[in-house]
Design a binder for this molecule. Structure first.
Ligand code: GLN
Ligand code: ZN
Length: 689
C-alpha cells in the first residue's frame, strides 16, 4: 500500500495572498508574487516528503482552472494579450473597460473558480505553458472535459469540435512534461459523462495517467471508465460510497488511488475510514493500491498549529491528514470512534397556513439585501471588543450608532423596506455560529476564491440557542423609523453548507437542527413587531449533490428545513429570501416550494435572465431583481439599471429593485450606487404613471 495526495492549499503563511494584494495596492512588485509562489511550493514539497507519490502543479496564485485555461490561450480578447502577471490577474479582477470573468462554485464546494471564456480555438501557449520540475512527481492537471464543462463557449464551434482541438493541445502539453505520471482530474465526468473521443485522446499520451473522478461515485459510467487506457483510477470513497460496490469489476492489473480520508472535512480519520479501507483491501491487492484524501486538501485549512488543544485533539487539517495517511500505511493509526446515528428526519411537511403570497402596494418596491459597508472603523471596534479593550456597553452603543446612521441614510435615499445593516456581523454564518451552541470556531482558513479566505466553523454537537441573537438590533432599528425594517437570518442549509458538518449524523438532520433554533429567533422577531423577515439561503443550489440520485432527497429536506423556520408565522408576516452565485434552472421546482413572498436573486451579470427563467418556470411570488453588481466599485448607469426590470414581463408590484447582494465589501461608493438605483426606480415608476 502506498500513499499520495491530490493537492494542498496555497495558504502557507498567506504569502501568496499578501503578495498579490500588495501588488494590487502598489506596495510590492510582481517578483514578490513569484517569490511567494516558490516559497509555498517548497513548503508544500517538504510536507510531502514521506509520501510515496508526490504531486506538483496542484495550486496556483489565484485559481488553477484559470491558470489551466491561460495555458491553452483561452483568455477573453477584452484583456488584450496576457503578457504579465498583472494581465493574468486582471482576468478575475476586471480592469477599465474590461469586465471580470465570472466566478462560479466548484461543484458542490464553497470554492469559486474563474470561468474560462472561449472566444477562439484553444492553443498551447508558449509563454504560459505549465511546467513540471521533477520526473518523479506526478503532475496534477484539470482534464479537458472538466475545463470545457466550466467554460463559457462564445464561439460557433460545437462542444465536440472544441474537445477535439483542446485534447490535441493537452497531448502536446502532457507529452513534453518531464513527469512520468499525470494526475488527470475529471470530476465533470459525474455531471457530463465521458466524451466518445476520450479513449483516443488518452491513447496519444506517452505518460502514465492516473485518472481521478472525485465528489461522487462513478457507477453510472463505470464500464466506460474502467475501459479507458490508463495506469490507474482515482476514486472518491467518501462522497462516493457506492464506489465500493464497483470494486468487484475493477480492471485487473490497474492501480487504484483510493480516496479514503475526507478531503473536505476536518474530522480525524475514524472507524468509518477503517471499514472502507478494509473493504477495499479485501478486493484490491496491496501492491496496486494507493490511499489518499478524497479530493484536494484545498478545502481544509493548512494545519492545526493555531488551534486550541481540544481542537487539535479532534480535528485534522491538511498537514495532519498527511500524517494520518502515513500512519494508516504503517498500521499505527488510532482511528477515532464514530457511531453514525440514523437520526429520523421529520416526515411532516412544514408549511405555513397562508395560501396566497403577499404583494406590495408600491410599484417597483425597493430594498437592499442586508449588509451595509463594513468600514475599517466597524472592524476595528469589533476587534477591540473581542480583545476586551472596550466594554460590551461601549460596543453596543457603537453598533447602535451605526444602525442609526444607516437608517437615516436609507430614509434619505427613499428606500421602501429598510435593513439594520448587519454591522454586528463579521460573516453571516460565523456570526450565528458564534451565538448558537453546537458550533466550534477555528482559526485555520480555507481559500474561498483568489485571495479571499474564510474560517468555516465546525458543527460539533447539537445546535441550541442560548439567547435571542438578532432581536435587539432589529428592534432597535425598527424603533427609529416608520418604514418597515427587515429582520435578517441566515438559513439552515447555508449555515451547514458553509460550516464543516458533523460526520456522525446526516447533513439533513443538521439542517433541521439549525432550522429549529432559527424558528425560535424568527418567532421572537415577529413578536417584536418585525413584519418583513429575510432568510438568506445563498447556498441551496451549491449544496445540490453531484450524484443525481441523491438530489431529490436533498432538495426535499433542504426546502422543508427552510420552511420549518417560518411555519408558525402569522399571516401578516412577510417572508423574503436571497440567493446568489448560482445557476437556478435546475432547481426551479424546488425554489417554487420555498413559499417565500419575495425572492431576491443575484442577477445583474446575467442581465435578468435568471428572473425571466424563474418567471417562465411559474414562480408565483415577487422577485427581487439585483440591478447592479455589488462586487465592483463601478457605478452602473441608470440606463443599465432600468433595463433589467423592463425586460421582465411581470406586475411591477411584484418586481423589487435592489442591489444584487449585500453591500458589506463596498466602500463609500455604495451610497452613490444606491442613489443611482433610486433614480432608476423613479424613471421606472414615471413610465407607468
Ligand atoms: N444578508 C446578507 C448580506 O447582505 C446576504 C449575503 C449573501 O448573500 N451572501 O450580507
Ligand atoms: Zn448574495
Amino acid at each position: 500500500m502506498k500513499t499520495t495526495i491530490l493537492g494542498l492549499p496555497n495558504s502557507y503563511e498567506f504569502l501568496i495572498k499578501k503578495s498579490v494584494e500588495g501588488f494590487w495596492s502598489g506596495e510590492n512588485k510582481e517578483n514578490e508574487i513569484i517569490k511567494a509562489k516558490h516559497e509555498v511550493f517548497s513548503y508544500n514539497s517538504d510536507l510531502q516528503r514521506k509520501l510515496d507519490l508526490q504531486v506538483e502543479n496542484d495550486f496556483d496564485i489565484y485559481d488553477r482552472l484559470l491558470r489551466t485555461a491561460v495555458n491553452f490561450s483561452l483568455t477573453p480578447k477584452r484583456f488584450g494579450e496576457i503578457k504579465t502577471l498583472e494581465d493574468y490577474l486582471s482576468i478575475p479582477r476586471g480592469k477599465e473597460n474590461a469586465e471580470a470573468s465570472p466566478m462560479v462554485k466548484w461543484f458542490n464546494t464553497n470554492y469559486h473558480v474563474v470561468q474560462p471564456e472561449i472566444e477562439k480555438l484553444p492553443e498551447l501557449s508558449a509563454k504560459w505553458r505549465l511546467r513540471g520540475t521533477d520526473q518523479n512527481k506526478k503532475f496534477a492537471l484539470i482534464g479537458p472535459q472538466t475545463l470545457l464543462a466550466y467554460s463559457i463557449n462564445k464561439t460557433n464551434y460545437s462542444k465536440e469540435e472544441l474537445f477535439k482541438k483542446l485534447s490535441e493541445e493537452y497531448v502536446k502539453l502532457i507529452n513534453q512534461l518531464p513527469n512520468k505520471i499525470i494526475q488527470l482530474e475529471e470530476p465533470s465526468f459525474l455531471t457530463e459523462g465521458i466524451p466518445k473521443e476520450y479513449k483516443s485522446f488518452l491513447e496519444k499520451l506517452n505518460k502514465k495517467v492516473h485518472l481521478h473522478v472525485y465528489f461522487g461515485s462513478v457507477n453510472e459510467f463505470a464500464d466506460t471508465l474502467f475501459d479507458l487506457p490508463v495506469e490507474g483510477f482515482g476514486l472518491d470513497f467518501v462522497e462516493g460510497e457506492e464506489n465500493l460496490d464497483l470494486l468487484k469489476n475493477f480492471p485487473e492489473g490497474k492501480i487504484l488511488i483510493a480516496g479514503v480520508i475526507n478531503g473536505r472535512n476536518v474530522w480525524k480519520a475514524s472507524e468509518k475510514t477503517k471499514r472502507t479501507l478494509d473493504k477495499i483491501i479485501s478486493v484490491i491487492p496491496k501492491d496496486r493500491l494507493y490511499i489518499s484524501p478524497s479530493s484536494s486538501l484545498l478545502h481544509v485549512p493548512l494545519n492545526t498549529k493555531d488551534e486550541e488543544q481540544t481542537n487539535k485533539d479532534k480535528f485534522s487539517f491538511a498537514e495532519e491528514k498527511l500524517v494520518e495517511l502515513e500512519q494508516i500505511k504503517k498500521g499505527t493509526i488510532k482511528y477515532s470512534k464514530l457511531e453514525f446515528f440514523e437520526e429520523k428526519l421529520p416526515t411532516k411537511i412544514f408549511s405555513r397556513q397562508r395560501k396566497n403570497f403577499w404583494v406590495s402596494e408600491i410599484l417597483y418596491p425597493t430594498t437592499t439585501i442586508g449588509s451595509f459597508p463594513q468600514t475599517k472603523e466597524v472592524r476595528r471596534m469589533r476587534t477591540s471588543f473581542k480583545e476586551g479593550k472596550i466594554t460590551n456597553q461601549q460596543y453596543e452603543d457603537f453598533i447602535k450608532k451605526q444602525i442609526k446612521e444607516c437608517i437615516t441614510k436609507q430614509e434619505e435615499l427613499g428606500l421602501d423596506v429598510l435593513v439594520h445593516g448587519e454591522f454586528e456581523r463579521n460573516d453571516m454564518v460565523q456570526y450565528f455560529a458564534e451565538n448558537f451552541e453546537g458550533f466550534t470556531a477555528i482559526n485555520g482558513a480555507v481559500q474561498s476564491y483568489g485571495t479571499r479566505y474564510v474560517r468555516p466553523p465546525v458543527i460539533t454537537s447539537e445546535i441550541k440557542r442560548k439567547n435571542p441573537v438578532t432581536l435587539k438590533w432589529s428592534k432597535y432599528a425598527q424603533s427609529l423609523t416608520e418604514k418597515p425594517v427587515k429582520g435578517m437570518l441566515t438559513g439552515p442549509v447555508t449555515m451547514v453548507q458553509w460550516s464543516f458538518p458533523r460526520e456522525d449524523i446526516s447533513r439533513e438532520a443538521q439542517y433541521y437542527q439549525v432550522a429549529k433554533v432559527l424558528q425560535e429567533e424568527f418567532n421572537d422577531l415577529v413578536k417584536a413587531g418585525i413584519k418583513h423577515i429575510q432568510i438568506d439561503e445563498p447556498a441551496i443550489r451549491e449544496g445540490l449533490p453531484i450524484d443525481k440520485s441523491k438530489r431529490e432527497h436533498y432538495l426535499h429536506h433542504s426546502i422543508n428545513a427552510f420552511r420549518n423556520v417560518f411555519c408558525e408565522a402569522p399571516d401578516y408576516a412577510i417572508i423574503h429570501s436571497h440567493m446568489c452565485f448560482s445557476e437556478f434552472p435546475q432547481i426551479i421546482e424546488a425554489i417554487k416550494k420555498m413559499n417565500v413572498d419575495v425572492l431576491s436573486i443575484e442577477d445583474s451579470k446575467a442581465k435578468g435572465k435568471t428572473a425571466n427563467s424563474l418567471k417562465e418556470g411559474g414562480f408565483p411570488a415577487s422577485i427581487g431583481l439585483g440591478v447592479y453588481d455589488v462586487h465592483s466599485p463601478r457605478i452602473a448607469s441608470v440606463e443599465e439599471m432600468v433595463k433589467i426590470p423592463l425586460s421582465l414581463n411581470l406586475d411591477p408590484k411584484k418586481i423589487w429593485v435592489n442591489p444584487d447582494c449585500g453591500l458589506k465589501t463596498r466602500g463609500e461608493e455604495a451610497y452613490k450606487q444606491l442613489e443611482k438605483m433610486m433614480e432608476a426606480v423613479k424613471i421606472l415608476r414615471e413610465k407607468l404613471t
